[in-house]
Design a protein around this ligand. Structure first.
Ligand SMILES: Nc1ncnc2c1ncn2[C@@H]1O[C@H](COP(=O)(O)OP(=O)(O)O)[C@@H](O)[C@H]1O
Ligand SMILES: N[C@@H](CC(=O)OP(=O)(O)O)C(=O)O
Length: 416
């Protein structure tokens, strides 16, 4: 049995969906298909959620979202739109007619999850009119999480049990379900963090002990840099689980960072293939020895906030201060991407975050002098050498530089 995951780009319009069906038809094995929201739907829904939460007008973005999906529906089905697709926006309308609670993250999940529900309902209906029958599963009945909305933590025992109960392959050869979304044990919709569909697919592959997980992307495989950033990026044919974990940890956006662990635990290979050239070999991630690789790999993590924290007294920062700062970060669910200590100050890099940023800074300012700059990026180079460092540094000012034997990290202002 295999798991295939199709991201937003691979189902962004009717012709992409038709290509996806061709890829599915090439597979002779039992299959679970995990799909994301279509195109940039999640971004649109995030925007709608924010506007609605702040009492702003949502008519224009809502109409754009509906028109986008309606165009895909009419291109796919022409005059024969199935009846069940007439009511697919109802839960969204109902939500947007209600009054928001005070919990943005909760409301965000209720709205943003609709992208995956729309895409799977449309694609399931399309499969239904073809010879390729795919059985629709609402993944919220399978992937169970805590109530940490927007970044929910998976309850693995329950998830594994429900996955084995639902994906039996007794009556069906192909299942179709959503990535990214899940439900808490009291049945509230949650999400696993942006771009979390790769992770959903890995959870299902691991629970059902798949032969492999194939994620279909708009790139030839995992490259030694984002090809949208470095046009001379090269495909990496094979990577170890550990190296893949490192790259995603440092921010290589091609795979969600939580994807590898569930696969590694069961020795399930991950294949990153191109949906544009599906016949070509992509990247293989598995039990590979790449410890001797010298190919530099460049990772750029943008939209970072660099925060410098100094004591208000003439004292140096002590361990109790560091502990206090990390406790605050942990309580506010803020992850530190990089930290550096000097005699005078403690500097951290965090992702730009909504809503929690101001309270975090305000709390810090009660105890420390705080300066921040929200226009930073972290460049990480695995297997760095002078040439690769020179390639990214050029004329930029370096705000922080850290090196270990294998990895160099540089914080600098974002390039425009
Ligand atoms: N090292 C890398 N190798 C390949 N692609 C990368 C890398 N780093 C970033 N990317 C970007 O990741 C994108 C594919 O990932 P993503 O958009 O999350 O896929 P999807 O949403 O289809 O699952 C590519 O379009 C590419 O710009
Ligand atoms: N649709 C969600 C989940 C996801 O993983 O999407 P994609 O596979 O298109 O990156 C998002 O955009 O965050």
């Amino acid at each position: 049995m295999l798991v295939y995951k199709f991201g937003g780009a691979s189902i962004k319009d009717a012709s992409a969906i038709k290509e996806m069906v061709k890829i599915v038809n090439q597979c002779d094995d039992n299959l679970i298909i995990v799909v994301s929201a279509m195109g940039k739907t999640t971004n649109r829904l995030e925007n709608i959620a924010r506007l609605w939460f702040n009492g702003k007008d949502i008519e224009t973005p809502l109409n754009e979202l509906i028109d986008y999906h309606q165009n895909i529906i009419s291109d796919l089905f022409e005059q024969n739109v199935p009846d069940n697709l007439n009511s697919i926006y109802e839960s969204l309308w109902e939500k947007l007619r209600s009054t928001p609670s005070l919990d943005f993250n909760y409301e965000y999940d209720q709205i943003v999850s609709i992208g995956e529900l729309l895409s799977t309902k449309i694609i399931a209906s399309y499969f239904n009119i073809l010879n390729t029958k795919a059985h629709y599963i609402d993944i919220r009945e399978v992937i169970r999480t805590d109530r940490n909305f927007k970044q929910a933590g998976v309850i693995w025992n329950l998830t594994k049990r429900f996955a084995l109960e639902r994906f039996t392959f007794e009556n069906y050869k192909i299942y179709l379900t959503q990535g990214f979304i899940a439900a808490s044990t009291n049945n509230q919709t949650t999400t696993l963090g942006r771009e979390g569909s790769d992770y959903s697919a890995a959870l299902l592959a691991s629970a059902c002990n798949a032969k492999k997980l194939v994620v279909w992307k708009d790139v030839p495989g995992i490259m030694n840099a984002d090809p949208a950033w470095m046009s001379d990026a090269q495909k990496i044919d094979a990577l170890s689980y550990q190296e893949a974990i490192e790259l995603t940890y440092y921010g290589a956006k091609v795979i969600h960072p939580k994807t590898i662990k569930p696969l590694q635990e069961r020795g399930i290979p991950l294949i990153v293939n191109s949906f544009i050239e599906p016949q070509k070999k992509g990247s293989f991630i598995g039990n590979v020895d790449d410890s001797k690789s010298t190919l530099p790999v460049y990772i750029r993590k943008q939209n970072q906030v660099l925060i410098s924290i100094r004591p208000k007294t003439p004292e140096f920062l002590a361990e109790t201060d560091i502990s206090h700062i990390f406790k605050l970060l942990s309580d506010m669910h803020i992850s530190v991407q990089l930290a550096q200590m000097s005699a005078a100050s403690f500097t951290i890099c965090i992702d730009q975050i909504e809503y929690m940023f101001d309270p975090f800074i305000a709390e810090l300012q009660e105890h420390y002098h705080v300066k921040f700059n929200d226009n930073a990026e972290i460049i990480t180079i695995r297997n760095y050498n002078n040439e690769s460092l020179g390639k990214v540094l050029k004329n930029n000012d370096v705000l922080i530089e850290q090196k270990t034997r294998k990895t160099a990290q540089i914080v600098r202002f974002m390039e425009n």
